[in-house]
Design a protein around this ligand. Structure first.
Ligand code: SF4
Length: 360
């Protein structure tokens, strides 16, 4: 596909001018929900060229960042099982748990491996039939279909030494929690393009129905993002709340029903805890009882240390849009990508890491 139109500087300039015109002297707070949007907004320097009254706040769309400390501690505890191999995406390795991290445990001799897909973990399970191979599953609607497919594939291949520690989450309940948060004022949501390819638009309509707050799904190229902001600002200014789609080349209104069906076959909704947002009803995914042999939570009873949150870290406030990363007193001082205090500084999609990387 030719992306040149989505990187066209002339188009980008016109959109920026239109956004300035629309905002005028108003104050408007938009939240970009998705971590990839946060990174792109930082990379293209959009925060600094927006009108003074338009604030772009980062949301809870970085899966590593919203993973509760307890889940990281639990994964570390699983690594202590005799013979266990823990497999995980790279971003999870350096996230500090209560007293250690998966990376530190690997250095201490535990068998913890980075994989690029849960299917790599299946191959490891096949090559090590006498050892439990546990995949640390984090991620939103975009990731869960592949995890569901991996579990079905494990069953088809008879890989009973494979299991998943499931810390998956779904996006709409987190947005409901933010829309309900009395300490946060969000006038519109820049909705996640990748997630919407699976969910479609309908799961976000409650924002309009219950909170009178609009949302626009957008893509990840510079013109996509500016177009999404422009559409959202126009909706806010005209006070006609709606859920709209600025990413039609990637997102159908209906999403991907086949992927959703796969997820529904293997997972069911459960209550779960988000870093920063706390426990949210029916915002997580649990492996259905009929697949419990692949559920590391129920298969392995391991002692998990008492949870201790990183001192002074304000990731929770960052993730719900109550502060920006640079408002955290540790930002760029004791907390840097080389020495992260909290997960928002570890993940490549974390708000603090993106603000740090593109701070100039
Ligand atoms: Fe946490 Fe570091 Fe971000 Fe502060 S700058 S909120 S300590 S990750």
């Amino acid at each position: 596909m030719d992306f040149s139109a989505f990187r066209d500087p002339k188009l980008a300039r016109e959109l920026i001018e239109r956004i300035h015109e629309l905002v005028g002297d108003r104050t408007i707070n938009l939240m970009e929900v998705c971590g990839t949007h946060t990174v792109s907004i930082g990379r293209y320097g959009f925060r600094s060229i927006m009108p003074a009254g338009l604030k772009l706040l980062s949301g809870p769309g970085c899966p590593v960042c919203v993973t509760a400390n307890r889940d990281i501690d639990h994964a570390i505890a699983l690594a202590n099982i005799d013979g266990a191999i823990i497999t995980t995406f790279g971003d999870m390795m350096r996230v500090p748990g209560s007293s250690t991290s998966l990376a530190a445990q690997k250095a201490a001799g535990r068998d913890i491996r980075i994989v690029y897909s849960p299917l790599d973990a299946l191959d490891i399970a096949e090559q090590n039939p006498d050892r439990p191979v546990i995949f640390m599953g984090v991620g939103f609607e975009t990731t869960t279909p592949t995890i569901a497919a991996a579990i079905l594939e494990a069953e088809a291949r008879g890989l009973l030494n494979f299991s998943v520690y499931c810390a998956h989450k779904t996006t709409p309940p987190a947005l409901r929690a933010i829309a309900n948060d009395p300490e946060t004022t969000i006038d519109g949501f820049i909705l996640p393009g990748h997630v919407a390819t699976i969910t479609g638009l309908a799961p976000f309509s409650f924002l309009v129905d219950e909170f009178n707050t609009p949302g626009v799904v957008t893509g990840f190229e510079p013109v996509d993002i500016l177009q999404g902001i422009c559409m959202l600002v126009q909706i806010v200014v005209e006070d006609r709340p709606a859920i709209d789609n600025a990413y039609r080349r990637g997102v159908n209104a209906d999403g991907n029903p086949v992927a959703r069906q796969l997820v529904e076959q293997v997972f069911e909704p459960c209550d779960t805890t988000w870093r920063g947002l706390g426990p949210i009803a029916a915002s997580g995914l649990a492996i259905r009882p009929e697949f419990s042999r692949f559920d590391a939570r129920t298969r392995f009873d391991v002692p998990v240390e008492a949870t201790v949150e990183p001192r002074g870290c304000r990731c929770g406030d960052v993730l719900r849009g109550a502060i920006t990363p640079s408002d955290c007193p540790l930002f760029g001082r004791t907390c840097t990508p080389e020495h992260p205090v909290g997960p928002c500084m570890v993940s490549s999609e974390g708000s603090c890491a993106a603000y740090y990387r593109y701070r100039n």
